[in-house]
Design a protein around this ligand. Structure first.
Ligand code: NAP
Length: 341
């Protein structure tokens, strides 16, 4: 057991919810950053743990945004920056996605460097889309991973569609973090965690009521009908509980300091969601289009997105893909919080 305190930005988020629960289970104290008192109150009520408190920082991209809260919490020695815009309906990509992600990350690191030298470790949540384009991730023969960067340019991120903006925001925010460390040589050690598509149940009830983007993508399968065409999507994915575990393990591992940690478990095609739902939720067997069950070795000869260092350092026993999907859909269909730990 530990008595250390971890500051978690984006505390209302899907992934952050699991990080908070896992940290509290391990005996850490947690200060979560939220964007409003009302969100903080809802979160604190659901977390319901005396070792959790929240602070409001409304606008991440404002210079010095974290100075005040960090000065107020000199007990914080560990920091996780998960907050980032994950929205695909906005139109001003630079204002709504790129600047909050990039400047938010820079501000967090600058505040820690300036006013909180007691903070030893910082984890920034990046994404595999910082390391490869969506098209590359869909290609089972693509070789990339912990050492690669997506080829996306700032101009493309600014002017193309909202998904491209999101991908660019993750690449340029992560690069800004590494650049900050290179230039400023702070006393903290940086690790970036790069999850693939994240699925699995929400940590809190408010998350089930207002699903995050990757959950919406999966849950969209429930809306298909017998004659629907199966979306052609293919990529790589991981359970949210494993992503949270990777963040916590990275925080505790000296070997993870200074590294990019890819967290990914399975390849998937969208049809698998449909097949798993049909086989496990009888009410949907007739409604959804028939999809052949893929043989278990279907992806065996495809390239794994490079994560050998992460696997070695974190030694995570990943949750099986089918269990992830079943747990996620069970929770959504019940439309209520189910115990996930
Ligand atoms: P989420 O549920 O949408 O959470 C996003 C969090 O960031 C929320 O706390 C949100 O606060 C905050 N946020 C959003 N826009 C913001 C802004 N402009 N300024 C300040 N805070 C903002 O998403 P998530 O899936 O948990 O994602 C968490 C992190 O994981 C992100 O960095 C994301 O890029 C990364 N990631 C996610 C996936 C995935 O498949 N889910 C995969 C790879 C990486 P509010 O609640 O106030 O909106």
């Amino acid at each position: 057991m530990t008595s250390e305190t971890v500051f978690v930005t984006g505390a209302t988020g899907y992934i952050a919810g699991h990080i908070i629960l896992q940290l509290l289970n391990k005996g850490y104290k947690v200060v979560g950053q939220v964007r409003s008192v009302s969100k903080g109150e809802i979160l604190a009520k659901e977390v319901n743990n005396a070792n959790f408190s929240y602070e409001v920082v409304e606008v991440l991209e404002k210079e010095g945004a974290f100075d005040e809260v960090l000065l107020k919490h000199p007990e914080v020695t560990l920091f996780m920056h998960t907050a980032s815009p994950v929205q695909f309906s906005q139109v001003d990509h630079e204002k709504n996605t790129l600047i909050p992600a990039i400047n938010g990350t820079k501000n967090v690191l600058a505040s820690i460097h300036k006013v909180a030298p007691q903070i030893k470790r910082v984890i920034v949540t990046s994404s595999v889309v910082a390391a490869a384009t969506f098209a590359e991730l869909a290609d089972p023969n693509f070789i990339g991973g912990e050492d690669s960067w997506s080829s996306i340019t700032y101009e493309q991120a600014k002017t193309n569609d909202a998904s491209t903006a999101y991908a660019g925001s993750k690449k340029f925010a992560e690069q800004a973090a590494w650049e900050f460390v290179k230039q400023q040589k702070p006393t903290f050690k940086l690790t970036t965690v790069l999850p693939s598509y994240v699925f699995g149940p929400q940590a809190f009830e408010f998350g089930v009521k207002d699903l995050n983007h990757s959950s919406e993508f999966l849950v969209g399968a429930l809306k298909l009908t017998k004659d629907s065409k199966i979306p052609a999507a293919e990529s790589i994915c991981v359970d949210v509980r494993d992503v949270a575990n990777a963040h916590v393990k990275a925080l505790e591992s000296n070997e993870a300091a200074g590294k990019r940690i890819v967290v990914s478990n399975s390849r998937f095609v969208y049809g698998q969601f449909v097949d798993i739902i049909r086989r496990n939720f009888p009410n949907y067997t007739k409604q959804l289009p028939f999809v052949e069950t893929l043989p278990s070795d279907y992806f065996a000869n495809y390239n794994r997105f490079g994560d050998s260092e992460s696997r070695r350092i974190l030694d995570i026993e990943y949750i099986d893909f089918e269990k992830t999907i079943i747990d996620h859909i069970t929770q959504v269909l019940a439309f209520q919080f189910i115990q996930v730990y």
